[in-house]
Design a protein around this ligand. Structure first.
Ligand SMILES: [Mg+2]
Length: 183
């Protein structure tokens, strides 16, 4: 890719995408604590972040509280100054599902567009499709991580994301079935 072309933006979710945090410890050793949570990094997360940062600008967007997000990010990113932004629940939009009678948060990329990014060049990785219901064209879904130390999702995800980075409009590429490679 020519250095004159700006790197696309990759927005990463935290819980069940890059980490798993629980109140009761799992059998394996935790990586760090945040408040009363035991936090487990998804296997290969460090090499994943190093790899994708070569081709993308990085950002984090989680629907957890801003304090929690800031603490996790400090642990995951050696230099959190490399992030374009680090957003929490306060940037999410509440939605109500009448049939389930429950509320949930969505991440509306309109806010990313307003911050000056061209959405043709934005990908967002999340384990919960519902959170991206307004922007499925930008979404790359991962299987939720619940602490499995043999999990390989990120090892496969990194080269897949790199393969998308050069496309002028990443929204036009069918991305829903990328994970079929290992089923
Ligand atoms: Mg998640």
């Amino acid at each position: 890719m020519s250095s004159s072309i700006k790197k696309p933006l990759l927005i990463l979710d935290l819980d069940e995408t890059l980490i798993h945090a629980v109140g009761m410890p799992l059998e394996c050793r935790h990586d760090f604590r945040v408040g009363h949570y035991y936090v487990y990094k998804r296997p290969h997360v460090d090499s994943f972040l190093a790899t994708v940062s070569t081709a993308f600008q990085l950002a984090v967007w989680s629907s957890s509280t801003p304090d929690y997000v800031a603490t996790v990010v400090t642990q995951l990113f050696k230099d959190d100054g490399q992030l374009q932004f680090c957003w929490g629940r306060d940037r999410c939009t509440p939605r109500y599902h009448p049939e389930w009678q429950s509320s949930y948060w969505i991440k509306d990329l309109k806010k990313v567009k307003r911050a000056g990014y061209d959405l043709d060049r934005v990908l967002i990785v999340d384990d919960t499709p519902r959170k991206l219901e307004r922007n499925y064209g930008n979404a790359v879904y991962v299987r939720p991580f619940a602490g499995d130390q043999d999990d390989e999702e990120l090892q496969y995800l990194a080269p897949y994301l790199l393969s998308l980075a050069a496309f002028p409009n990443m929204r036009r590429i069918e991305k829903r079935n990328w994970g079929l490679r290992s089923l």
